[in-house]
Design a protein around this ligand. Structure first.
Ligand SMILES: CC(=O)N[C@H]1[C@@H](OP(=O)(O)OP(=O)(O)OC[C@H]2O[C@@H](n3ccc(=O)[nH]c3=O)[C@H](O)[C@@H]2O)O[C@H](CO)[C@H](O)[C@@H]1O
Length: 401
């Protein structure tokens, strides 16, 4: 009896589905990584593609709101009970400091109990001594509230920090009916200029009142200012929203970083296989295998979340990455030299409205005015604690995403 020949598709499958076939190995590795290991490890990571929103978002948002509320109440207690003598060093300004930190603050109706400003000032007072013998910076509170009700948090801080406000004449210029975003921009310009006039600092950081500095804030800024690029930049963004940090966002330098990461990971893995190969993979350093592992690492990095990879850079201030500025948001901005004056002038000549707020104007300025460059630093130097916006409508219980 003669054996009938195996159909061609069976021959094809049996060849490719043998474990010794690299196609089978690549397929199995991808399935195990992306469909088993990653979903198990990353389903609670907020900025990962595997995050299960329906299961965790509400509870995580509630925890963050509760923690912020507690921190706010602690900060209120701290500032109300601490003596003026203990904080007098913040009130004694030196002229021409290396760095001035101006905190722009307005009354926050909806988030009154969270005391964002008090939280930020408590953290600043804790870390401002982290630069050795000297203070890292002078700190100024710029209260832009012009309504009939006062900014109570700024009032609490008056005996501890220098708090500047518009004069009654200046108040009048802001009383006319302007939209919220134009008002926000004018407030920012006022604070930029007032900080400069007061102490003529060598560099200025402007923080919004919901930008909580991280512990290494001043150390990283010192390192940034010592780098050559800082001399020629209009501003350096110290924060970009975590949800926009993905590779799959249209930022050209990120694509380069992404491909670079894939190539380095793939090369290292293929070179190390002869010494470490628990599953007897038959991959070698060939062009096809290099391409597969480059794509494998790129996919892994994106699905895990670029945000978590950036966190590794916190090991040292020198590892913080500087790249061309991204578009959104201005909660923490470093203006080296007298760049703050140029920015104030430019903002002054622009008009803001919904969809064209001051962050967009600044981004356009750096792109369109010849000779002006702007940068972003990653990972973030501040945490954005402002769950409730003071310029936009808020949901009753804001969510993290
Ligand atoms: C985390 C984030 O994405 N924040 C951005 C978002 O702010 P948000 O929508 O989060 O608004 P917000 O409440 O953080 O206010 C931004 C800043 O404006 C100040 N303020 C508010 C009201 C006012 O009349 N005058 C005034 O100066 C306020 O004290 C704060 O320092 O959009 C703004 C532009 O619109 C900026 O780009 C913010 O960086």
């Amino acid at each position: 009896m003669t054996n009938s020949p195996m159909p061609r598709w069976k021959v094809f499958l049996s060849q490719y589905l043998r474990w010794s076939s690299t196609v089978t190995q690549a397929f199995a590795l991808s399935i195990i990584t992306f469909c088993v290991i990653f979903p198990l490890c990353c389903h609670r990571l907020l900025y990962s593609y595997y995050f299960i929103k329906s299961m965790y978002l509400d509870s995580m948002s509630e925890v963050v709101l509760r923690e912020s509320l507690d921190r706010g109440q602690e900060a209120l207690h701290f500032w109300q009970s601490s003596s003026t003598a203990a904080t007098s060093r913040f009130n004694n300004f030196t002229q021409h400091p290396e760095l001035l930190v101006t905190v722009v603050t307005a009354r926050r109706k909806e988030a009154r109990d969270y005391h964002y400003l008090l939280q930020v000032m408590l953290q600043l007072s804790n870390i401002v001594g982290s630069c050795g013998e000297q203070k890292c910076a002078e700190v100024l509170v710029c209260d832009v509230e012009s309504g009939p009700q006062e900014n109570q948090d700024a009032k609490v801080l008056e005996s501890h920090f220098r708090v500047v406000r518009r004069s009654p004449q200046e108040q009048q210029s802001i009383q006319e009916r302007i939209n919220t975003f134009e008002k926000e921009k004018r407030d920012y310009v006022f604070c930029l200029r007032r900080g400069w006039e007061l102490v003529k600092p060598k560099n200025i950081v402007v923080l919004e009142d919901d930008a909580l500095p991280r512990n290494d804030f001043f150390i990283v800024i010192k390192d940034l200012l010592s780098r050559r690029f800082a001399l020629h930049t209009l501003y350096i963004k110290l924060y970009h929203p975590e949800r926009l940090q993905r590779y799959w966002n249209p930022e050209p330098y990120r694509i380069l970083e992404w491909v670079g990461l894939g190539l380095v990971g793939a090369t290292a893995l293929l070179l190390s296989f002869p010494y470490w190969n628990p599953c007897s993979f038959s991959f070698t350093l060939s062009a096809t295998h290099l391409l597969f592992f480059t794509l494998y690492f790129m996919t892994a990095a994106e699905l895990l979340g670029r945000h978590y990879l950036l966190e590794v850079r916190r090991i040292s201030p020198q590892l913080y990455a500087v790249s061309p500025a991204t578009e959104c948001c201005t909660p923490a901005m470093l203006f080296p030299g007298n760049a703050s004056l140029r920015v104030a002038e430019y903002l002054d000549s622009s008009f803001c409205y919904k969809g064209h707020a001051k962050d967009i104007v600044l981004y356009q300025m750096a792109r369109t005015v010849p000779g002006q460059r702007s940068h972003s630093v990653e990972p973030n130097l501040i945490s954005h604690i402002g769950a409730y916006s003071s310029v936009r409508a808020n949901p009753s219980r804001p969510k993290l995403l």
